[in-house]
Write a protein that binds this ligand. Structure first.
Ligand SMILES: Cc1ncc(COP(=O)(O)O)c(C=O)c1O
Length: 391
């Protein structure tokens, strides 16, 4: 085996990733080939990013068509792919305006800026934002601050101030942080409805409803980070739909671009005009190629596909739920965490050796396959995963 890629990676690439021993050469849909020609079933889809798998034909056609028109134009000019995508997102969500960036962290930075400016514009006494313990909101200095995990809060200080953290699914605990002397003492609450990196942990329906109503009644912005849960991943276009709420701000990225970098801050009625000319921006934000790809992705996430995602969720839970060594399965749609008796790390290594790429989330095995993974390939993967768990 030619080891040069592993050696050169170690020599020339910053050591920020604990990579699995797989060097990708090519792929199609949910199948990946490594440089030795070994075949893998991809149950991670680039961490919930390749929504329709690798090199999806329609998506590739959409981005190459845009590539031959123009690859980039400054945000000082009008660009049709961006406008088309923004209109589609607003139409599908009820949000009013979109700011485009390049990543999840950048989307959350935009949401945080919008929330702080809304508080400032409206003379609010506090610009504090409350997030949840165990959340993950990104790796910039501010989104690390927003992330409710102590493990991210050292080495890179001084961190951005103005964040506080409440345990998830505990309405009294968050209420205590939201109010002081009976008056609102924060600008916004920001949550992931299924905490992805935190271990695929779902927020309870009643908790979210109560929290949302509390925010609404007190003009506290309700921000939902749908960077991972969004774009069909959890079985609805956006996960908030399953909680019967309409947040003030929704952020997304990952699966939106289907494999190209694009993020979005979706702004509801209250904050639609909060960010004004010169207050925010991004050179590459809403890049025409990425926007054309994202338009293709979002326009194909229809009811039929979402029902398929829900059916595949039931299939995985039904099959893996009865495998000895599976303690429980958490998550929604095709964003699932499997708590196994065997350490997740070992299960993942066995899966990789057997030709299936799965991920971890804390102590769980995490599955994030492409939304359109064919049923026969999913079955093959589930059998291999089951054998790795029950090893
Ligand atoms: C919920 C959530 N928010 C934000 C991010 C950061 O996204 P990005 O890596 O695109 O900056 C992630 C990435 O895993 C995420 O899962």
């Amino acid at each position: 085996m030619d080891n040069s890629i592993f050696e050169k990676d170690k020599q020339y690439i910053a050591n920020t990733y604990g990579r699995f021993p797989v060097a990708v050469k090519s792929g199609k849909g949910s199948i990946i080939y490594d440089i030795e020609g070994k075949r893998y079933i991809d149950m991670g889809s680039g961490i919930a990013t390749n929504s329709f798998g690798i090199c999806d034909d329609e998506w590739t056609k959409a981005i190459t068509a845009q590539l031959s028109e123009y690859a980039h134009v400054s945000n000082l000019y009008y660009s049709e792919p961006q406008v088309k995508l923004a209109e589609l997102l607003c139409r599908r969500t009820g949000m009013k305006k979109i700011f485009f960036g390049n990543s999840g962290a950048e989307a959350n930075e935009g949401a945080i800026k919008a929330a702080r400016k809304y508080a400032s514009d409206n003379g609010k006494p506090s610009q504090k934002i409350i997030t949840l313990v165990n959340s993950f909101h990104g790796r910039t200095v501010t989104t690390l601050s927003a992330t409710g995990q102590d493990v991210f809060h050292h080495d890179f200080g001084p961190f951005t101030e103005g964040f506080d953290y409440a345990p998830a699914n505990d309405i009294e605990a968050i209420q205590e942080k939201m109010f002081k002397d009976g008056k609102p003492d924060c600008a916004a609450v920001m949550v992931e409805l299924v905490q992805g990196e935190g271990g695929v942990l779902e927020l309870e329906y009643e908790y979210v409803k109560e929290l949302y109503d509390l925010c609404k009644a007190n003009d506290i912005l309700f921000i939902v980070d749908e960077v991972q849960t969004g774009n069909g991943r959890t079985g609805t276009l956006y996960c908030y739909e399953q909680y019967d709420i309409l947040p003030d701000i929704v952020t997304t990225a990952k699966g939106l671009g289907g494999g190209l970098p694009i993020g979005a801050v979706m702004l509801g009625e209250k904050v639609a005009n909060t960010l004004t000319a010169g207050t925010h921006g991004s050179t590459f934000g809403g890049n025409p190629i990425c926007a054309a790809g994202a338009y293709n992705i979002i326009s194909r996430i229809d009811n039929k596909l979402l029902l398929e995602v829900q059916a595949k969720n039931r299939y995985i839970i039904e099959k893996l739920g009865k495998v000895p060594g599976v303690e429980y399965i958490s998550g929604k749609g095709l964003m699932l965490g499997i708590k196994t008796t065997r350490p997740a790390k070992e299960v993942i290594s066995t899966c990789i050796a057997s030709g299936v790429l799965v991920l971890s989330a804390k102590d769980k095995v995490r599955l994030l396959p492409a939304l359109n993974i064919p049923m026969d390939i999913l079955k093959e993967a589930v059998e291999i995963i089951a054998a790795a768990i029950n090893n």
